[in-house]
Write a protein that binds this ligand. Structure first.
Ligand SMILES: Nc1ncnc2c1ncn2[C@@H]1O[C@H](COP(=O)(O)OP(=O)(O)OP(=O)(O)O)[C@@H](O)[C@H]1O
Length: 293
């Protein structure tokens, strides 16, 4: 097996560069065939993964947070390479969903453990994503979190972003089709989930499975902001699904339309589309990870 580590040195407020010593220690001590490349700017990780996909390397490892994983994944998706993750970011939600060790040294060791999963991939109007796409309050929070986490690391940046998002957000009227069912809703948020969590461990779809060929769709219907504030902390344990305003659906295809502007948070990046179509592609990529602890 040959490995390429693509390191984002600034992920997790410069946590990424600390991974290099762990990689050299674990891989070097075992005499394994590996290489490390450090990114210099946003976009590099995608280009490096694209180039690596054309070589004989077997495993391409994203060392960083969810943004880095997203770039590496998009660069290599059309190849038969294996994706590895060493979580060095702020949220590390994919690493959590794949039950990877969150400490970097253990995560590097896990890379060579040969635990592989065939993982589904989501498609949003042609754009591919591995974790979660969401509209509504989430998109506002993601935008705010991207600003705040330049100054504050850890999940508290998302909590602060939520508080600000709550103040400025209004519910959205949408039409949503899930496979054959079409419904009209007034929503706080809709999350289209391949994996279970986002925002640094918020289990928005606690029963989602990354290889079942289905999205878990979490709809939080309109509620008072006070109640939403009460619901919010329960998401960390996935207990929000007990609230009557929260509905979970499963499906392979989702379409969302609205007369209002629709910002979408796709694995931390905020984009605009309306209408939005989501499709799941079953077991489209091989990823190092486990289905449970
Ligand atoms: N060398 C670099 N200098 C500056 N920015 C970079 C560099 N390499 C990558 N980036 C950008 O850094 C951004 C943040 O990276 P990433 O998302 O991996 O970490 P994070 O934001 O700390 O973690 P998370 O997404 O898990 O919360 C990404 O948008 C990526 O494009």
């Amino acid at each position: 097996m040959t490995y390429l580590f693509i390191v984002n040195p600034v992920a997790g407020r410069n946590n990424g560069k600390k991974a290099i010593a762990f990689i050299n220690q674990v891989m070097g001590n075992r005499g394994l065939n590996y290489n490390i490349i450090v990114t210099e700017k946003p976009g590099d990780a995608k280009l490096l993964a694209e180039e690596a996909a054309l070589t004989s390397v077997d495993v391409i490892v994203a060392v960083g947070g969810d943004g880095t994983v997203n770039e590496v994944f998009n660069g290599m998706i059309n190849s038969n390479k294996i994706l590895g993750i060493v979580p060095a970011g702020t949220g590390n939600d994919l690493a959590r969903a794949l039950h990877l060790p969150l400490s970097m040294d253990k995560a590097v060791e896990f890379i060579i453990s040969e635990n592989y999963l065939n993982v589904d991939v989501g498609k949003l109007n042609g754009q591919l994503f591995l974790n979660i796409a969401s509209i509504g309050l989430d998109a506002v929070i993601a935008e705010e979190a991207n600003k705040i986490k330049r100054f504050i690391s850890s999940k508290y940046s998302y909590v602060l972003a939520l508080l600000k998002g709550l103040i400025i957000f209004k519910s959205k009227k949408i039409k949503i089709r899930i496979d054959e069912i079409e419904i009209e809703k007034d929503v706080m948020l809709v999350a289209i989930c391949n994996a279970i969590c986002y925002g640094g461990g918020m289990k928005i779809a606690p029963n989602a499975k990354v290889n079942d060929g289905l999205f878990d769709i979490c709809i939080v219907n309109k509620m008072s902001k006070l109640k939403l504030l009460y619901l919010f902390p329960t998401i960390f344990k996935g207990e929000h699904i007990k609230f009557k305003e929260v509905e979970i659906f499963r499906g392979q295809f989702v379409e969302i339309k609205s007369e209002e502007n629709l910002s979408i948070n796709v694995d931390g990046e905020v984009i605009n589309h309306n209408p939005i179509e989501f499709k799941i592609i079953n077991e489209a990529i091989k990823v190092i990870g486990k289905l449970s602890e």
